[in-house]
Write a protein that binds this ligand. Structure first.
Ligand code: PLP
Length: 333
């Protein structure tokens, strides 16, 4: 696989077989209120109910299961305190292999203990994400561990693409799919799957206006860095990598648009999920609903939105649904 520069439908179908039984096939449900607002049927894929609370388990499970016996003996390492770290910890434990997650001293204790509970070793090093990344490189060099990145990796993209297969099985008449975009592994996988099966379908990416690296890279015509700012959609933070190998080109070729949202619009999406759909989602998981509420998605046919994750600080969530949240507070939550 590594010599190819793109992911195919066959890779995604193989991923589905490889991760069957290791991930949940999440439900798709209609949203009456959003359908009324959009004027077309709107469906929600409830992927925030995935084990570990996000879709990242699909990519991590496929990547871990694709390792050779020799690589499995060596184990895997990553520097993520978020959904990728959780997913990798869980996938490695299920596969019976060693996982090390590196993080800085500034990471809150609840995140550390959660990753440990999922079965990974935690290495706490330094005071920044860069320090944690250096520890990853040290473990790769000295202990032979394999680094598994969160998005720019063939097996990770193929794993996320399995969502696209399920979407078209559940709602074959879908005209437009809307998915959150950060590094682009999710969007690249889903777009590859759905466009291979149904070329007329449109795939819209959604990001927060505050620090949308993929959109800035589209506009520049090459991967660029953007300033990282606090946002309710914290799982969408971070760059796409200046040396991006896969996701930039796939997203540039397959996404029909990338829509950007304000913090207030994202908060409205989280609130809608809770009040109307009765679902708890994190900011990144709410952007599809937020884009419909804001009138930012145009489609003439059935629309399918991906709810990608639910790992939100519950104090912050409470403030949002009680109406006491104000933009600028997310860092203090
Ligand atoms: C990682 C993540 C995303 C974005 O996925 P990319 O593959 O980086 O574009 C969206 N939502 C949630 C909840 C995530 O954890």
């Amino acid at each position: 696989m590594p010599s190819r520069s793109s992911v195919t439908l066959a890779d995604i179908e193989a991923a589905r077989d490889r991760i069957a039984g290791k991930v949940v096939r999440t439900p798709v449900v209609p949203s009456r209120l959003l359908s009324e607002l959009a004027g077309v049927p709107v469906h929600l894929k409830l992927e925030h109910r995935q084990t570990t609370g996000s879709f990242k388990l699909r990519g991590a499970s496929n990547a871990v299961a694709s390792l050779s016996p020799e690589e499995k003996r060596r184990g895997v390492v990553a520097a993520s305190t978020g959904n990728h770290g959780r997913a990798l910890a869980h996938a490695a434990k299920l596969e019976g292999i060693r996982a090390v997650i590196c993080m800085s001293k500034l990471v809150p204790e609840n995140k550390v203990s959660e990753i440990r509970r999922l079965g990974a070793e935690v290495h706490i090093v330094g005071k920044s994400q860069d320090d944690a990344q250096q520890e990853v490189e040290r473990l790769v060099a000295h202990e032979g561990l394999l680094m598994l990145p969160p998005f720019d990796h063939m097996a990770v993209i193929a794993g996320q693409g399995t969502i696209g297969l399920e979407m078209l099985e559940e709602v074959p008449e879908t005209a437009t799919v809307a998915v959150p975009v950060s590094g682009g592994g999710l969007a690249a996988g889903i777009a590859t799957a759905v466009k291979a099966l149904k070329p007329s379908i449109k795939v819209i990416g959604i990001s927060m206006a505050r620090g949308a690296a993929m959109r800035a890279s589209f506009d520049a015509g090459r991967p660029v860095a953007v300033e990282e700012l606090p946002t309710l959609a914290d799982s969408l933070g971070g760059g796409i990598g200046l040396d991006n190998r896969l996701t930039f080109a796939i997203c540039r070729d397959l996404l029909d648009d990338i829509v950007l949202l304000s913090e207030d619009e994202i908060a409205a999406g989280i609130n809608h999920a809770y009040e109307t759909e009765r679902e708890i989602v994190e900011g990144a998981g709410a952007v599809g609903m937020a884009a419909v509420l804001a009138g930012k998605i145009e489609t003439s046919g059935p629309l399918l939105l991906l709810l990608s994750g639910r790992n939100i600080d519950m104090g912050l969530h409470r403030n949002i649904v009680c109406g006491t949240w104000r933009d600028g507070q997310e860092a203090a939550a």
